[in-house]
Design a protein around this ligand. Structure first.
Ligand code: ADP
Ligand code: 5GP
Length: 201
């Protein structure tokens, strides 16, 4: 059995990463890694599903213990990907999505060059701000911090393998789904060719 493919999805807060990933998961064929974070749990979020919520001391222990595939500090909180769960899913042949910010995404690419990086952009900054405001999850100060962070984040976009706009949700999900299916298909073709080439020897 082939190992699963690893996809990393980033984009400024409010672009629609969470919404897009939920749609991709519902379509099947791909599984989401659950991150750990020190930020507070928000309304509508579930421990072990949205995040594993933890305190700073425990998070630092996990870093020191080598339990994180990657981690980053975003707006004063730690966020990180527990390594064991991702490795297990990949070994089982499942395709995995990490929905993480660019520091972490680029760290994953350095460790695992086979990872496919997808950056989602909003149609405009006005739309981005409206999505953050309408979501109603952060206060005005946090929204401003997230919009400020968006500048550095978008400066990293050209380091990604794909840049996809989230204007009409269904179109964005279709586009990412096609990218993922294409990557999986080509990987399988290469593996089959390699097997054939090795058998010839
Ligand atoms: P992120 O995970 O990138 O921070 P979310 O998935 O929470 O973003 O989306 C931010 C807000 O924008 C949510 O209220 C979501 O329902 C909305 N949203 C996401 N994608 C679209 C879209 N294509 N068109 C309109 N609203 C969207
Ligand atoms: P939020 O607070 O909106 O849930 O997440 C804030 C930012 O942290 C988003 O850009 C999100 O993609 C990112 N993020 C979530 N989990 C992780 C993670 O495990 N590692 C890294 N590096 N970033 C993460």
């Amino acid at each position: 059995m082939n190992k699963g493919a690893l996809f990393v999805i980033s984009g400024p807060s409010g672009t629609g990463k969470g919404t897009v990933c939920t749609e991709l998961i519902n379509r099947g064929d791909v599984f989401l890694s659950v991150s750990a974070t020190t930020r507070d749990k928000r309304a509508g979020e579930t421990e072990g599903v949205t995040y594993y919520y933890t305190d700073k001391a425990r998070f630092e222990e996990m870093i020191a213990g080598g339990e994180m595939l990657e981690w980053a500090n975003y707006n004063g909180n730690y966020y990180g990907t527990p390594k064991a769960a991702v490795e297990k899913m990949l070994a089982e042949g499942r395709n995995v999505i990490l929905e993480i910010e660019p520091q972490g995404a680029l760290a994953v690419k350095a460790k695992m060059p086979e990872a496919v990086l997808i950056f989602i952009i909003p149609p405009s900054i006005e739309v981005l701000k409206n999505r953050l405001v309408d979501r109603g999850r952060e206060n005005d100060e946090e929204i401003e911090q997230r919009l400020a962070a968006a500048i550095w984040e978008m400066e990293q976009a050209e380091k990604y393998n794909y840049i996809i706009v989230n204007d009409v949700l269904a179109d964005c999900v279709d586009e990412i789904s096609n990218v993922m299916a294409g990557v999986v298909d080509m990987r399988n073709k290469v593996y089959a060719l390699l097997e054939e080439a090795k058998e010839r020897k």
